[in-house]
Design a protein. Structure first.
Length: 348
């Protein structure tokens, strides 16, 4: 087992001291390094330190020829706390990877050349553009994991030309007519469903953010509530919209304690929402349980709400909120356009 250490002699000249076993005997050697190569000496030290760190971090010494399936199982174990939809996405990625790289094949078959060939092949598959982009995203994440745990010997950068970048699709929001239809139909629904829908509309939060909110986390006197952000992994306090106060007051008096919304999770919430859309004849418009959130952000910006406030309310970064949801009307652009003037009039 080779060991090394960067040292300096009395004159300040660096040298590398190497100790290793040879035929069962310990042999010691000193490799002198000139002063002008001091930077190189530090580079050697960095390399040796990194090798030792890797061996300490990976005491099992995972073989680079381990099968892909076992490496992916390890990858899933490390990510088991992620949202189940994320886990589904990982599994879906691996199924597509297995079309080209059999699960029993060695991890070492994933090289820069073979992976880039795979991603080029993915471009030809009959999938939606963003599905292909997700395959690229998860491929990079999986490669980083494989290198971190020594399943593959080297890290490599993929050529940017083989990467499929995601496209920002048009955001679907409720039309004014459909909002009116939904709110009218909600009056005939039970308070559980009413509370779920109106909280989605008037908070702009994700379904995963609201379904676990309990009565004790709602302060009607101060008109604030506490919720746990599943994505941010943090508890947050938010004000209650004035239109939501009577709804929550009624619901709190009914349930008394425990969760304010009686659904086991977002899947059950989604099922109830789709059933509702079918009843009000709004199926086929692309509406999902996240459409109230998207509509909330869009309308907030149309009403000139501050970017920072909207972003904080819904749990987005200001950049994301503005880029995806802030819409500038043609009239607003026309007003700004007319502000641009030049000293000389053209065409007169």
């Amino acid at each position: 087992m080779r060991k090394s250490k960067l040292r300096f002699d009395k004159q300040g000249s660096p040298y590398i001291y190497i100790r290793y076993d040879e035929d069962g005997k310990r042999v010691e050697k000193s490799t002198s390094i000139l002063k002008e190569n001091r930077d190189m000496a530090y580079q050697f030290q960095t390399i040796f330190d990194y090798e030792r760190m890797q061996k300490n971090a990976n005491p099992e010494h995972i073989a680079p020829n381990a099968p892909l399936q076992s490496a992916f199982d390890h990858f899933l174990r490390n990510n088991k706390q992620k949202n189940k939809k994320t886990i589904y996405e990982y599994n879906n990625f691996f199924k597509k990877l297995a079309k080209v790289f059999p699960p029993g094949s060695d991890c070492s078959t994933l090289t820069k050349y073979t992976v880039e060939n795979f991603l080029n092949e993915v471009k030809e598959w009959k999938y939606a553009h963003n599905t292909k982009a997700n395959i690229c995203k998860n491929m990079k994440k999986f490669l980083n994991f494989l290198f971190e745990y020594s399943y593959i010997p080297n890290a490599f950068r993929l050529n940017k030309d083989v990467i499929t970048s995601p496209k920002i699709s048009t955001i679907i929001i409720f039309s004014s007519e459909d909002i009116s239809k939904i709110f009218a139909a909600l009056k005939k629904k039970n308070t559980n469903f009413q509370t779920m829908m109106l909280m989605l509309f008037y908070t702009g939060l994700r379904p995963t953010d609201i379904y676990k909110i309990e009565v004790k986390e709602i302060d009607l006197a101060k008109e604030i509530f506490l919720y746990y952000s599943q994505k941010g992994k943090i508890e947050k306090i938010r004000p209650i919209h004035s239109m939501l106060v009577p709804v929550l007051t009624k619901r709190v008096s009914e349930v008394k304690h425990g969760r304010i919304i009686n659904y086991s999770g977002t899947d059950e919430m989604g099922t109830a929402f789709r059933r509702f859309l079918k009843d009000v004849k709004l199926i086929g418009k692309g509406y999902t349980l996240r459409t109230p959130r998207k509509t909330f952000e869009t309308i907030a910006f149309e009403q000139s709400a501050r970017v920072e406030s909207v972003a904080e309310l819904v749990g987005h970064s200001p950049e994301t909120a503005a880029r995806h949801y802030r819409r500038i009307s043609t009239d607003e652009m026309r007003k700004d356009l007319e502000k641009v003037t030049f000293s000389e009039k053209v065409g007169q």
